[in-house]
Design a binder for this molecule. Structure first.
Ligand code: SF4
Length: 318
């Protein structure tokens, strides 16, 4: 799929696509006039963020660092008690399938011929295991059962991707796990890692499409996560992306949103609200506020949390 050239895709190329691939292409394609944001807007956003980060940095303890990711912002704005709870993350076949699938899709982008999802997942797992760090250490020590489970879950995800997306044209610079950080150094760093980014830069024209791959249900947080990605991309490259999409693999459907000044300014506000809460909790000792919600379902504090239990009880009766 070429994010730029898709308007001129030949009839032959279109008829070789499956209905779901055509639907995806339709959802992500460029339409209308080229989108060019005012350079003054980008400069304004950068200045606002720089001034705010300097202000927050002055409130941190000496030597204290703050990494700001979409997950940490969403978590602190959801329930602060949960945000401060010890991180109980561990690799399992279910938590590993996303990263393995993204690596497999990355291999697909450069692979000659038509590899099967199984080939891609096998190669991705072998390469990750060779890296001897993070998820690789976990993969290298899997027993046969967990290895088979992980391979199966990852292959399912890659298969859904291949069936849903048109072949990705290399001229459109498709990249998986695209990392970005802003600023280059300092005590507070914004970090993003985008599942899939498509679009070749051209001057000040906004061409990139940022895509988050999800399984499961649609949630309001997904759109907000993408707003953070759009903000970091704008800060780093100086050109906002054109479109944001959450692609729901189980449903084979993309939910998209065009990037606008309002979307970027909303992302600035939400990001600064999140950082402010992190500074207050982490450096200034403010007690956390409990906000029962959907995160109670996987909160490690739920058993001893009255507010969480009350929320879960209501949830169970619906
Ligand atoms: S159970 Fe819910 S309200 Fe209680 S700490 Fe966890 S997320 Fe917050």
């Amino acid at each position: 799929m070429s994010a730029e050239a898709d308007n001129t895709a030949s009839p032959d190329a279109l008829t070789s696509l499956t209905p779901i691939q055509r639907k995806t292409l339709q959802a992500l394609r460029r339409s209308g006039e080229p989108l060019v944001f005012d350079e003054g807007l980008v400069a304004d956003i950068r200045t606002e963020m720089r001034v705010a980060l300097d202000h927050f940095a002055a409130r941190l303890d000496d030597g204290q660092d703050l990494f700001v990711t979409k997950h940490r912002i969403a978590s602190v704005l959801d329930c602060e008690a949960h945000f401060l709870a010890p991180d109980e993350f561990e690799w399992t076949p279910a938590t590993a399938k996303g990263q393995i699938a993204h690596r497999a899709i990355q291999l697909l982008l450069g692979w000659r011929g038509e590899p099967s999802p199984t080939d891609l997942v096998d190669e991705a797992m072998a390469r990750l295991a060779d890296e001897d760090r993070g998820i690789g250490i976990w993969i290298a020590t899997l027993d046969k059962g967990d290895e088979a489970d992980t391979r199966g879950l990852s292959t399912e995800r890659v298969t859904k991707f291949v069936e849903s997306f048109p072949p990705l044209d290399r001229r459109a610079n498709p990249v998986t796990e695209a990392a970005a950080q802003w600023p280059v150094s300092g005590p507070i760093l914004l970090r993003a890692r985008v599942d899939l980014m498509i679009g070749r830069p051209s001057g000040n024209e906004s061409r990139k499409v940022i895509i988050d791959l999800k399984t499961g249900r649609v949630g309001p947080r997904h759109r907000q996560d993408l707003g953070f990605y759009a903000l970091v991309e704008t800060l780093v490259r100086g050109v906002p992306p054109r479109k944001l999409a959450t692609f729901y693999l189980d449903a084979g459907e993309a939910q998209t949103e065009d990037v606008s000044e309002r979307l970027l300014r909303t992302a600035v506000r939400r990001t600064l609200d999140g950082i402010n809460a992190m500074v207050e909790l982490g450096a200034e000792g403010r007690p956390p506020v409990k906000r029962p919600g959907s995160s109670c379902r996987w909160c490690p504090l739920a058993e001893g949390c009255d507010e969480g239990q009350a929320h879960l009880a209501t949830f169970d009766t619906h």
